[in-house]
Design a protein around this ligand. Structure first.
Ligand SMILES: C[S@@+](CC[C@H](N)C(=O)[O-])C[C@H]1O[C@@H](n2cnc3c(N)ncnc32)[C@H](O)[C@@H]1O
Length: 347
């Protein structure tokens, strides 16, 4: 893998040897490299993708219409407890986000999808929930014209029990353990195949397959046919809940207890670079990239943070473009590509 950096290669000097950085970008990139689709210099490029430093609204505005198969992203949420990179206020959130959404709609192919991970939030000083994210969903459908293909959820049991006032002090609310992952599409029939994300059959399914199922009508009225007992597809259809724990277990099995995020964290500590405070697990982009794209398709993350989505896209042989406003996060995100180079057999 070749990784090039521009326009400030000196900002990433410490990584240049490992990453075989080249300074003459973009002349030496293949003509079909996605870096050429963006009307500005990339911060760095890899075999299949490019990361851009700056405001992603400007980056999106330079992308050709219809050129992107999937946008998968997690923007800053409207939180009271602000992250280092800053968060928009709830009352201004929709106004802030819609210009991005408009560009995302424009750059998507007609059968493309937009997957948005967004967290809920409490109203200031009250044990009641804000509905800012639901208002956003409605605006994305009714003002921008997206279709809501499916609402999905990320089950994250490691979320902090906050706000402490309501959860751990007064004990009048329970822990919040899910985040919303909304799958929007440009048309009602986006490219998608759940055959690409099948899970292993459960013991129950395998037992049913062995013993056979008699046709029956469930109390709910659903008709179970005899053909139900045939296991054809090679796995069961996954639910619309992504579980971070599942991916950790998967990574532990595949990588000998060395989850992708651990390598990133370790390298950040070694180099004294800030660890991104709000990464999503690789599982999330992985699931949707497999569900919604084919090898060679173009995946974009305009709020890229530590480049989780770009690194997963590269591993899955998809082309990718990422945008991030904070240079330190991009610098550290390069570690994810270093990992692929050092352990190619893991992917
Ligand atoms: C929730 S984080 C994304 C984390 C990412 N999914 C990961 O796994 O590392 C949101 C990111 O959006 C970035 N951001 C906010 N506004 C931006 C803008 N206008 N252009 C580019 N990046 C922006 C922030 O700096 C932050 O790193």
């Amino acid at each position: 893998m070749t990784i090039s950096m521009s326009p400030k290669p000196q900002a990433v000097d410490s990584q240049e040897t490992l990453l075989s950085a080249k300074k003459n970008f973009p002349d030496d990139l293949p003509s079909d490299h996605p870096a050429h689709l963006v009307g500005k210099n990339a911060y760095f490029t890899s075999r299949l993708g490019a990361a851009f430093w700056g405001d992603s609204l400007e980056m999106l505005q330079t992308l050709p219409a219809g050129s992107v198969n999937l946008v998968v992203t997690s923007p800053p949420y409207a939180l009271h407890f602000r992250k280092a990179y800053g968060n928009e206020r709830k009352d201004r959130y929709i106004e802030w986000f819609l210009p991005f959404a408009k560009e995302i709609q424009r750059v998507l192919a007609d059968d493309g999808s937009f997957v948005l991970n967004i967290g809920g939030s409490y109203n200031q000083g009250m044990p009641t929930r804000s509905i800012y994210h639901f208002k956003l969903l409605i605006a994305l459908v009714e003002e921008i014209g997206f279709h809501l293909a499916q609402e999905c959820f990320w089950y994250n049991p490691a979320k902090m029990p906050v706000p402490a006032e309501w959860v751990t002090v007064r004990r009048v609310r329970v822990r919040d353990s899910v985040e919303y992952v909304w799958w929007f599409s440009k048309s009602p029939h986006p490219k998608a195949s759940n055959l690409n994300v099948l899970k292993e059959y459960s013991e129950d399914m395998l037992r049913l397959n062995r013993n056979g199922v008699r046709g029956a009508v469930r109390p709910s009225g659903h008709v179970i046919r005899n053909s139900f007992d045939k296991i054809h597809a090679g796995g069961s259809i996954p639910p619309n809940v992504a579980e971070a724990e599942f991916d950790v277990a998967e990574n532990m099995m595949k990588m000998g207890n060395n989850a992708a995020n651990d390598f990133y964290t370790k390298r950040c500590k070694e180099e004294g670079i800030k660890i991104h405070p709000a990464r999503f697990p690789a599982l999330l982009p992985k699931f949707f990239i497999k569900l919604l794209t084919d090898a060679g398709d173009l995946v974009v993350d305009p709020f890229a943070g530590s480049l989780t989505a770009g690194a997963v896209a590269e591993k899955l042989d998809r082309r990718w473009i990422a945008g991030e406003a904070v240079e330190d996060y991009l610098k550290a995100g390069i570690f994810r590509f270093e990992e692929s180079m050092q352990h190619p057999s893991l992917f």
